[in-house]
Design a protein around this ligand. Structure first.
Ligand code: ATP
Length: 226
């Protein structure tokens, strides 16, 4: 079974790597593919800077290179138009026709998936592992399964997992070690010129900091970073 870890990775941080590490172990995945979103249609970044996609992609590649079970895929970066997950899963499903795919989402992202493009097809396309995401822990899938797909799933009596009635795909809730790191907090620290050592992967640290992507806009952000 192959994991698909989607995200804006703006920038990739230690919370992402730790979550991926624990999901690989919990589900005995053969690999985890990190898929940076080029133009996230659902991400309301407000006035936040989104670093260029090729820059975020390069950081992810640096971050995963020392783990033989991790790899990065530019499928969304190279595809024109908005980065719809349902399109990505269709392509990956064809590419790995003999494998089962499991999409990995933190609980915050999972709760929004009902508003992503074609939720009916999305939830039938692959399994979904929903990890805890600090500061929230606990809770039950039964309480936050998106309304638009609720009828499609038969929930387990404990409310922690569910199976798609027709597609056979499952959703499983995984409690992972809480690392309260977010890309938002990393960007804020970089903007303030405060250290992000050990909050971002060591292998990508120098590249993220030296890019200047998240410098205070008034101090002159790198061109094309918005
Ligand atoms: P931002 O702060 O800009 O909203 P983010 O830190 O949530 O970004 P994303 O790239 O949007 O990072 O997240 C990609 C995926 O990683 C999502 O499914 C998200 O829930 C998950 N994730 C992010 N940070 C953590 C963390 N600290 N622990 C567990 N999962 C996380």
């Amino acid at each position: 079974m192959i994991g698909i870890y989607g995200g804006t990775f703006n920038p990739i941080h230690s919370g992402h790597l730790r979550a991926a590490e624990e999901v690989v172990a919990a589900l005995d995945l053969s690999r985890m593919i990190f898929v940076p979103s080029a133009r996230p249609p659902h991400k309301d970044e407000g006035d936040a800077i989104i670093a260029p996609a090729d820059q975020r992609m390069a950081w992810v590649e640096l971050a995963v290179r020392d783990n033989p079970l991790f790899c990065a895929d530019a499928i969304e970066v190279e595809r024109p138009g908005p980065s719809y997950l349902v399109d990505t899963l269709e392509t990956l499903g064809r590419r790995f026709a003999d494998e089962e795919l499991v999409f990995v989402a933190g609980r915050d992202a999972f709760c929004e998936m009902g508003s992503w493009r074609s939720p009916g097809a999305l939830f039938a396309a692959c399994h979904i592992a929903v990890t805890s995401r600090p500061p929230v822990a606990g809770g039950r899938l039964a309480d936050w399964l998106p309304e638009s797909v609720r009828e499609d799933f038969q929930l387990a009596p404990d409310g922690l997992s569910g199976r798609h009635r027709r597609a056979g795909t499952w959703i499983r809730q995984l409690e992972i070690t809480a690392l309260d790191v977010s890309a938002t907090s990393v960007r804020a620290r970089l903007r303030q010129g405060v250290s992000v050592e050990h909050l971002v992967p060591q292998a990508a640290h120098a590249a993220i900091v030296s890019s200047g992507c998240y410098n205070d806009a008034s101090a002159g952000a790198a061109p094309g970073t918005r």
